[in-house]
Design a protein around this ligand. Sequence first.
Ligand SMILES: C[S@@+](CC[C@H](N)C(=O)[O-])C[C@H]1O[C@@H](n2cnc3c(N)ncnc32)[C@H](O)[C@@H]1O
Length: 317
Amino acid sequence: MGEGSTDTPQGVGHGGGREASHVPVLLKEAIDFLNVRRGGIYIDATVGLGGHSYEIAKRLGAPGHLIGLDKDPAALDIARTKLESSAGVSPATADWPKITLLQCSFAEVGERFGKNFADGILADIGVSSLQLDDAARGFSFQADGPLDMRMDPRSERTAEQVVNHLDERELADVIYEFGEERRSRRIARAICRSRPIRSTAHLADVISAAARPMNSEQRRIHPATRTFQALRIFVNRELDDLRALLEAAPRILKPGGRVVVISFHSLEDRIVKDAFREGAKQGVYTVLTKKPVTASEQESDRNPRSRSAKLRAAERV
Ligand SMILES: C[S@@+](CC[C@H](N)C(=O)[O-])C[C@H]1O[C@@H](n2cnc3c(N)ncnc32)[C@H](O)[C@@H]1O
């Protein structure tokens, strides 16, 4: 899998059980790199279930402002309860920041926020346990459900449309490009011959029959893992969104403000690495992480999902 040969495509059946995957990944490291200042303005671009946001909010105190974004309204509902209760103390009386939660893509930050607006931006990208564990959302091949995979239920493109309507060549390209799957052509051919495919279990069976593992690396993960990753990335335009966020970040950040990104596979990590390197070349960033920060042994044991996480951080000059 390119430079990240030990990558585990995120959250599709590698021991990240429901409890484990609810735990925010690289929490201490992310908060330390963000260097949260009391009274500051911070954007959590992927608020999810609010784990990272909660720690940011605690440090901001009453004069601060936390803006949480997510494409997924179900995640925002959970985050709202967590963040607006401030550990059972009434937010009106507690030392708790103003919280604004918005359902949108982080690709929109450039349009939504002005120049020198924020002291920090955090993005913990990818799929959440809430999404993975709900069979009805179709993210996982481990439970049968409709082929949906949309993080934002308002968006038009579903996995079912991609699987049943792309031509064989386009489908193979998607599986190769976003899943880094060497058996992409064979898998695409099998999918096209088995159409219509309406459920995750049917799709996983078709892929398993077409792509028998040929070596120990392929035996290590389920044959459908990379194809499911590819479909999810394509359906949600994940890499385009990430590029848009990274392009806008230097303008939105105040001088001295920080951007911290946690990614889960090599395609994303490469985009982050290149954006920070380019920013450093142009004199807008100081890169704070020469190499990506990864989970400690203890965190990896406690939360298997953290094993593939890579954190990079940069500071606005
Ligand atoms: C790994 S979870 C974040 C978990 C969160 N840090 C926590 O502590 O609970 C990733 C979240 O990002 C959201 N997401 C992914 N891509 C997004 C995008 N382009 N714009 C907004 N939200 C996005 C997903 O819907 C998901 O809820």
